[in-house]
Design a protein around this ligand. Structure first.
Ligand SMILES: Nc1ncnc2c1ncn2[C@@H]1O[C@H](COP(=O)(O)OP(=O)(O)OP(=O)(O)O)[C@@H](O)[C@H]1O
Length: 217
């Protein structure tokens, strides 16, 4: 279980706290959603959970153990908004091998299969993939470390309707084995696909009503 308790965060360069008192519980096998207005702090929340930033107060725990930033970087896989803009590899295979120099071809095939890209050549150029395929590749990059918590920043942004639905279906599959937290400004797209939802308002999480957005487990 991922648990945030009283988490607050104000970057040194900010004039006021972005996160004030964030409390959240998310079990493996569930998908949580955080909605909120643009600039409300959703991306910052993911950066704090993933260990890219350290909260000023509060604790972030996994299975009851408070974790350091370094431990959270191991626990979490974070897919940024528009991840395809940050691809560095010249090929799909190179993109997957960044940070995994000894990755064998069997593991490459398996992780591509896991995200619905089975049969894709590792020699394919990432920029020649469709928008949906690029999002799947970004997920595959994170899944290589087998993170127990998968954090996704606006995973459906900029995709057409059919591809959005495919990505949400994939997240439902990936969410069976790990805790998944999605931040989005379009929560209605995830109707029926998530197990818990909150709105980030004034630096705190306010639960979303269960119906009609959520399917309770
Ligand atoms: N390091 C920082 N220093 C100062 N201000 C910051 C810093 N990081 C974030 N902010 C500010 O905190 C606020 C929240 O930003 P954040 O990107 O987390 O919001 P968001 O909800 O993800 O927005 P969007 O939906 O537009 O991506 C913004 O006003 C942003 O300018």
């Amino acid at each position: 279980m991922l648990e945030l308790c009283g988490v607050g965060y104000q970057p040194a360069t900010a004039t006021r706290p972005i996160l004030q008192n964030v409390n959240l519980s998310l079990a493996p096998g569930s998908i949580g959603l955080v909605a909120g207005r643009s600039g409300g702090g959703k991306t910052t929340l993911l950066e704090v959970i993933s260990g890219l930033a350290s909260p000023d107060r509060g604790t972030i725990s996994w299975e009851g153990q408070p974790l350091s930033s370094r431990q959270r970087r191991w626990l979490c896989g974070l897919v940024f908004q528009f991840p395809e803009r940050h691809f560095l590899g010249l090929t799909v295979g190179q993109e997957l091998k960044l940070g995994h120099r000894r990755l064998d071809s069997g593991r490459v095939e398996a992780v591509l299969e896991q995200v619905g890209l089975g049969g894709l050549s590792p020699r394919q150029l990432p920029e020649q993939l469709s928008g949906g395929q690029q999002r799947r590749l970004a997920l595959a990059v994170q899944l290589l470390r087998n993170p127990q918590v998968l954090l996704l920043d606006e995973p459906t942004a900029g995709l057409d309707w059919a591809v959005r639905a495919e990505i949400i279906s994939l997240l439902q599959v990936l969410g069976r084995e790990r805790a998944v937290l999605v931040v989005t400004h379009e929560p209605e797209l995830f109707r029926g696909a998530v197990t818990a939802g909150w709105r980030l308002e004034d630096g705190t999480l306010v639960p979303l009503a269960p119906a009609p957005l959520l399917t309770m487990p």
